[in-house]
Design a protein around this ligand. Structure first.
Ligand SMILES: Cc1cc2nc3c(=O)[nH]c(=O)nc-3n(C[C@H](O)[C@H](O)[C@H](O)COP(=O)(O)OP(=O)(O)OC[C@H]3O[C@@H](n4cnc5c(N)ncnc54)[C@H](O)[C@@H]3O)c2cc1C
Length: 302
């Protein structure tokens, strides 16, 4: 029987379906259905770090902007202050600068600076421990901001994200595994369902390095993602979209971001509908039909 078992206020409930689309980000449905998955980098299985986003208020916007303008050598905001504090063992997170995003509201900024290393976001206990660590880092970072960053002297916590952000967990073993070489060469696929232009973005699983603009091979300006990355290699009746698709750790670092996940989700939804309509497993959906419908919906496929 195809479908999923849900847990909620009403207890356990099974929902039958002709096709299931797993958009859990962690490939939960696929994993529990027995689909083979991989996790992390090839060398040691470690995934990208997790980050608890938070917002701060009472920031002196002008002082921050003046400081950033006066320090063009800082490749990220306040990088030189962070470097000195890190060398002295005073910076509370493995990060080389402050990820700082101004909001529409005066004095309110979003912060992407915490970094929780070596925690498996697909494991309930490890995820809980990561949440705790993310909150501890937030408190320590606020204290650091107040005492070290121009414009942040009176800063207060506005709120944190409801959950820690998990950059990477399971990737399915799919009918095709997207590779860094595919991205680098801008390889054309017969079953392209999404175009993407984001570079590699691997935050170091063990420390402060990484992110976009790293050295070595990078993705082409525009590259393609084929339908087959969403098809488990063996299981029928299941599509896996979002950041759990079939790709290497390196390739996933580029396609895990929101725009490609939107495009892949759209393609998965259209494919699921075609699959049900034609009484064919997602594996046997006619790509010409899928392409036609995606184009009719305004998708750009090159
Ligand atoms: C700190 C951080 C910063 C980032 N910055 C950017 C950025 O600047 N730009 C960008 O484009 N991308 C960014 N990303 C990446 C991007 O946000 C994610 O990779 C992307 O949202 C993944 O999309 P998705 O659809 O696969 O999963 P998600 O958007 O995570 O959606 C999965 C959904 O499934 C739900 N779910 C999970 N498991 C279950 C279950 N068992 N049962 C029911 N529901 C479940 C979840 O609650 C969630 O709502 C960032 C990620 C992180 C962690």
């Amino acid at each position: 029987m195809l479908g999923v078992v849900c847990a909620g206020k009403g207890g356990l409930r099974s929902v039958r379906a002709k096709v299931v689309v797993d958009c859990s980000a962690d490939g939960d449905v696929a994993h529990y259905a027995g689909v083979h998955t991989r996790q992390g980098r090839e060398s040691d299985g470690l995934s990208q770090p997790q980050t608890l986003f938070f917002r701060v208020q009472n920031v002196d916007d002008q002082a921050v902007e003046d400081y950033i303008r006066a320090h063009p050598q800082d490749f990220r905001p306040f990088a030189s202050i962070v470097a000195k504090a890190t060398a002295e063992g005073r910076f509370p997170a493995p990060r080389r600068g402050i990820g700082l995003y101004k909001t529409m509201e005066p004095g309110v900024w979003r912060i992407n600076t915490g970094r929780v290393l070596r925690r498996n976001g697909a494991d309930a206990l490890e995820l809980s421990l990561a949440e705790l660590e993310g909150r501890e880092q937030t408190v320590a970072l606020l204290d650091f901001f107040r005492n070290n960053l121009p414009g942040f002297e009176q800063v207060e916590l506005r709120d944190t994200a409801t959950q820690i952000g998990v950059r990477e967990t399971r990737r399915i073993d799919g009918a095709y595994e997207l590779t860094l070489q595919d991205l680098h060469s801008g390889r054309a696929f017969d079953d392209v369902v999404a175009l993407c232009g984001y570079p590699l973005d691997i935050h170091d699983p063990t420390g402060s390095g990484g992110g976009t603009g790293g050295e070595g091979l990078d993705a082409a300006n525009i590259y393609q993602i084929p339908y087959r990355v969403m098809l488990p290699r063996v299981h029928e009746g299941l599509l896996v979209s979002g950041r759990a698709v079939s790709a290497t750790h390196e390739a996933l670092s580029a396609i895990r971001v929101m725009p490609p996940c939107f495009a892949l989700g759209q393609a998965a939804g259209v494919a699921a509908a075609l699959s049900v309509g034609n009484r064919a497993s997602p594996r046997h959906v006619d790509y010409a039909d899928l392409r036609r419908e995606l184009l009719a919906q305004g998708a750009y496929l090159g």
